[in-house]
Design a binder for this molecule. Structure first.
Ligand code: SAH
Length: 262
């Protein structure tokens, strides 16, 4: 079953370029991801088709009006019902939301999908949030000017987990976070790279780690695991703690971590 996203946005034109390249394109062409764009302005009143107004209580910035949002959501509900789609939860992108994680992406990738509300201006009238929003998601502790990039981010992350979308079927299984650790470093041709002199550094040759050329699969797997552990312990020690708490570190892993002088 396809994962369906109904996106409420004032800028639907931002989505098409992204769906026309690479992984997100394959996911949409093969219809494992079905993104429907809803121009909020189509649900606004009057000649000016207002979707925002001043904030009660004063202060700078405009607020997204409840009524166009409600009419838009109603139209989405009708469309979902006509397509025999289940009632999808409403996600609002907001700095006040829960930070997006690969774990949440994996859950959303199982379907059936969500209504994605892209905020603009100062945000959405709180009464719409209280009445209709099931989940608030943040991309991180910084402020964007709209929810479109967060929506594209979520759709991209979900698309690449769909079966048949990545060229190498299992490649997302070794991505960062899929096993709770950061990814290991990757190398490709040439085996020996000649670097020109630069600043204080002389001309030099840089080789690929020899184990990767050994053809010994168990050694390669062990080396990669250790690189993951080293990188994660250095950059994101809390992820090591979490993996340990889940019982996902072997004796061998612990031994390797213990002899890392951090
Ligand atoms: N006044 C709000 C910011 C509004 S920014 C505040 O201070 O929290 C306009 C819109 O951009 C928001 O409604 C939200 O949909 C989106 N947005 C901005 N930063 C975001 C973030 N870190 N994560 C998710 N969405 C974000």
């Amino acid at each position: 079953m396809a994962v369906r996203f109904d996106v409420i946005t004032l800028f639907p034109e931002l989505f098409a370029p992204f769906q026309s390249v690479g992984v997100t394109r394959r996911a949409h062409e093969s219809r494992v991801v079905d993104t429907r764009l809803w121009q909020l302005r189509d649900f606004a009143d009057g000649n000016y088709r207002r979707v925002d107004d001043r904030s009660f209580g004063g202060g700078p910035g405009m607020v997204m009006l409840v009524e166009p949002l409600q009419r838009c959501l109603q139209a989405i509900r009708a469309d979902q019902a006509a397509a025999a789609s289940p009632r999808l939860p409403v996600v609002l992108f907001s700095p006040a939301g829960k930070p997006l994680t690969q774990q949440r992406v994996q859950q959303l990738a199982q379907g059936p999908g969500a209504v994605l509300l892209c905020g603009r201006y100062e945000g959405v009238d709180q009464r719409f949030i209280d009445a209709h929003v099931d989940e608030e998601i943040s991309l991180g502790d910084y402020v964007l000017s709209g929810g479109e990039l967060p929506a594209l981010t979520l759709i991209d992350a979900v698309a690449r987990l769909q079966p048949g979308v990545l060229h190498a079927a299992a490649s997302h299984e070794q991505d960062s976070f899929s096993d709770g650790l950061l990814d290991c470093p990757h190398y490709s041709r040439p085996e020996v790279l000649s670097l020109a002199a630069e600043g204080d550094l002389p001309e030099r040759d840089v080789a690929v780690p020899p184990v990767l050329l050994s053809g010994h699969h168990a050694h390669i797997a062990r080396w990669r695991r250790e690189q993951q552990l080293r990188l994660t312990a250095t950059r994101r020690p809390e992820l090591i703690e979490a993996a340990r708490a889940r019982g996902e570190l072997s004796k061998q892993d612990e031994h390797f971590l213990a002899q890392l002088a951090l």
